[in-house]
Design a binder for this molecule. Structure first.
Ligand code: PLP
Length: 416
């Protein structure tokens, strides 16, 4: 980096420390990833200087001829990736994308049928702490403990009983494939609109490794920074019939000027996701999750929802006598980053729930293999099973050192 070291050493210090943290630890938070240096470069570009309220070809301010090209490129590539009729790449992140869709499709007081939050639903799907929960009436379906799958019969019963305006599909901690066709059938039976929030699995859908709801559903929202491996941001894909309402809801309904440096970085990430190597990446992500599953099962840790069909696992760590917070802290202390998470119908509190969520997208980007994952999974089991054993923790730290050295992150990048 050429300018910051003399301009603002305090910030450079922070960047250096964070870079070292990312390099030296095992990043296993399921929602995180490492963008390419090309994406980072686009994020740090002069496009951040421009106001471009409106949409390509129809802006409030002048001087947007090149900004229009950047945004159109992002839209074209997203359409290619997901087969969408209409795309809005302006949402600043996943949460604002969801709020924009609610405001486009719903009136205050309308009913939304979404997944119970302890079964993998997201905060923006009507958690009581959110403003959305005050505006709309959220009704909840769950997964079936016998199969680990969404209880589609219950979805149908609740849909018939509550006649929702919108049926919401898409989760943050659910590890199974999703049957969008059944949701669509149920929605049609009760005259509901359909929305899929594919924030977590967008990259796996783009790689054509998981079912794609775009052709079936009215609206699909996503983040761009999870498995899709782009800059932090959001996106809405929809049918042409909803295009006007969605665009108006994003701007001027809800947001101001779009972040065009971020949109250019989205375009770069979408180009990467269109390349054949991204499909290989997605395959590795899923194989790596399966390898972890195998290690956890062998170690006697309960895997929620029975198994993983995607990039993440939700583990019930009370099966080894720990709380989610204890497990998170313990793994943190040896250099493995995961997050504590509610498990289905969790009896414990959100700040110290029964589970941890663990995912493979970030480490797979670093080139971690199934053999690495088995070693990591076995070590996690060991650490969790003997929380007071210093020697085990030392072994774990050594493994983390070896593996991070074998798979360097951003080699050559330096901030000072
Ligand atoms: C991560 C996530 C979001 C929110 O994304 P932010 O970018 O953090 O606002 C929304 N929905 C689901 C299902 C998610 O997993």
């Amino acid at each position: 980096m050429r300018y910051l070291p003399t301009h603002d050493p305090a910030v450079v210090d922070i960047l250096e420390r964070e870079l070292e943290r990312q390099r030296s630890g095992l990043e296993m938070i399921a929602s995180e990833n490492f963008v390419s240096l090309a994406v980072l470069e686009a994020l740090g570009s002069v496009l951040t200087n421009k106001y471009s309220e409106g949409y390509p070809g129809n802006r409030y301010y002048g001087g947007n001829e090149f900004i229009d090209q950047a945004e159109s490129l992002a839209i074209d590539r997203a359409q290619q990736l997901f087969g969408a009729e209409h795309v809005n790449v302006q949402p600043l992140s996943g949460a604002p994308a969801n709020i924009a869709v609610y405001s486009a499709l719903l009136q205050p007081g309308d009913t939304v049928l979404g997944m119970d939050l302890s079964h993998g639903g997201h905060l923006t799907h009507g958690h009581p702490v959110t403003w959305m929960a005050k505006l709309f009436n959220f009704v909840r379906y769950k997964t079936d403990p016998a199969t680990g799958l969404i209880d589609y019969d219950q979805v149908r019963e609740l849909a018939k009983a509550h006649r929702p305006k919108l049926i919401l599909v898409g989760y943050s901690a659910y590890s199974r494939e999703i049957d969008y066709g059944t949701f669509k059938t149920i929605a049609d039976e009760v005259g509901a609109l359909t929305m899929a929030d594919i924030a977590h699995i967008a990259g796996l859908i783009a790689a054509k490794l998981m079912n794609n709801p775009v052709a079936l559903f009215d609206v699909v929202t996503t983040t761009t920074h999870k498995t899709l491996r782009g800059p932090r941001g959001g996106m809405i894909l929809c049918r042409e019939q909803h295009a006007k309402a969605i665009d108006k809801a994003v701007f001027p309904g809800f947001q101001g000027g779009p972040h065009e440096n971020n949109i250019a970085a989205k375009a770069v990430a979408f180009k990467e996701a269109l390349e054949p190597s991204f499909k290989d990446y997605g395959r590795e992500v899923m194989k790596n999750a399966k390898a972890l599953e195998q290690a956890f099962r062998a170690g006697g840790i309960t895997v929620c929802f029975k198994q993983t069909d995607n990039h993440l696992l939700l583990l019930d760590v009370t099966s080894v006598g720990l709380s989610g917070k204890q497990a998170q802290d313990l793994l943190d202390s040896v250099g493995i980053t995961v997050n504590k998470n509610m498990i289905p119908d969790d009896q414990r509190k959100p700040m110290d729930p029964s589970g941890i969520r663990i995912g493979t997208p970030a480490l797979t980007t670093r080139g971690f293999t199934e053999a690495d994952m088995i070693a990591i999974g076995e070590m996690i089991v060991k650490v969790l099973r003997s929380p007071n054993n210093e020697s085990v923790q030392h072994q774990a730290r050594t493994l983390v050192k070896e593996l991070t050295a074998a798979h360097p992150l951003y080699p050559g990048l330096a901030y000072s």
